[in-house]
Design a binder for this molecule. Structure first.
Ligand SMILES: NC(=O)c1ccc[n+]([C@@H]2O[C@H](COP(=O)([O-])OP(=O)(O)OC[C@H]3O[C@@H](n4cnc5c(N)ncnc54)[C@H](OP(=O)(O)O)[C@@H]3O)[C@@H](O)[C@H]2O)c1
Length: 331
């Protein structure tokens, strides 16, 4: 059966300008880190992508190493793209990244021109694309000169293999340098992808201010702390949850569900209920309340979680009292 997208797909999503660029992203984007590997069910991956696009989610975020095994999320995406989305290419923003270990030897990791160039070529092949919309350097490399890494990003744009470039997990000082180098090369840094949630607020110490000042977009990853900031772990660990599935590659494990965390989640859940939201919706809304945030980068294991999560857009305004309550719970 061929896929026909919902013709109402642009009616309900909000699109936010990415920094000072010409590009707008949906306020909720979909990440394919987990649940799209070869170990996962292809039809479920397809259903998630269909429902996302039908809901106005135009941005899908990948990386060379997503799976497991590494590379397999791009292959899954490539298969579904070629069968269902090819004629909608111009309605999609597809990103990928390199920076974590992808293959053996000295050229399969970090930030050299050799690694990044080869990796993007591999990603394009796996996804069956001529170009990606955004290519990221996935994490800072303490050894490669930043100039080499940034010149490689600039080259990718000039070669037409990426339309825009970004950085991920760079601390404020190194992000400032990267932004300046890219600016001097004539390829502005479009976006920064940092980890950010109610449980991990490091970007409030300088990074968000920098991005706001420089006109660079911000798309936080793991906005639900991998599922912890939902009501799913309040009654134990469900069998089909990420914490129970031991997927590896950075996926959360049961030991991250500490009593202290669950206690905070319980209090946040009560506040969400008072706001007429589910905790997942409040946790996403809490991020989107800041206008410097372009989009939240959501992960889902089931299509229903897409529908549920995007309801965060119904209310992302918080009273001072609610903000104070959240801060005191998180202390
Ligand atoms: N740049 C980087 O270094 C980096 C690192 C990590 C991630 N990322 C990007 O960020 C994306 C998102 O990361 P993430 O998957 O950790 O994000 P997340 O949104 O914090 O967690 C995703 C998990 O939350 C649960 N969930 C989502 N919506 C829900 C809902 N409405 N109700 C109940 N549970 C819900 C699901 O858990 P269950 O699976 O238990 O159902 C889902 O798998 C990734 O796919 C990737 O694109 C980037």
């Amino acid at each position: 059966m061929s896929y026909t997208p919902n013709d109402q797909r642009y009616q309900h999503m909000e699109y936010r300008r990415c920094g000072n660029s010409g590009l707008k992203l949906p306020a909720v984007s979909l990440g394919l880190w987990h649940n799209f590997g070869h170990i996962d069910v292809l039809q479920n991956a397809r259903n998630i992508l269909h429902l996302s696009f039908d809901s106005g989610i135009t941005h899908f975020d990948l990386a060379n190493n997503y799976g497991p095994p590494p590379g397999s999320a791009e292959e899954t995406f490539g298969k579904i793209f070629s069968e269902d989305f090819k004629s909608y290419r111009d309605e999609l923003i597809i990103s990928t990244k390199a920076g974590w270990k992808m293959w053996e030897g000295p050229y399969g990791d970090w930030g050299s021109k050799k690694y990044l160039t080869a990796s993007l070529d591999q990603s394009l092949k796996r996804m069956g694309l001529d170009y990606v919309d955004i290519f990221y350097h996935h994490r800072p490399d303490p050894e490669t000169p930043l100039e080499e890494t940034m010149m490689t990003l600039d080259l990718m744009v000039r070669q037409g293999k990426a339309l825009y470039v970004g950085i991920s997990s760079y601390q404020p000082e190194e992000a400032a340098k990267a932004i300046q180098i890219l600016k001097s090369l004539g390829t502005p840094c479009l976006i920064h992808q940092p980890k950010y949630s109610m449980f991990d607020r490091w970007i409030e110490n300088g990074l968000l201010d920098l991005l706001g000042k420089e006109g660079v977009g911000c798309i936080p990853f793991s906005p639900l702390a991998q599922g912890l900031l939902t009501n799913k772990y309040l009654g134990g660990i469900p069998e089909d949850s990420r914490a129970a599935s031991h997927r590896g590659n950075g996926a959360m494990e049961e030991d991250q569900l500490t009593e202290d965390k669950i206690n905070k989640v319980r209090q946040l859940n009560e506040l969400a209920q008072q706001r007429g939201q589910k905790l997942a919706q409040m946790a996403l809304a809490w991020i989107l309340k800041d206008p410097r945030i372009t989009s939240v980068l959501l992960g889902v294991s089931k299509p229903e979680q897409v529908t549920d999560s995007i309801k965060c857009l119904d209310n992302y305004h918080f009273s001072t009292e609610e903000i104070n309550r959240i801060n005191s719970i998180l202390k």
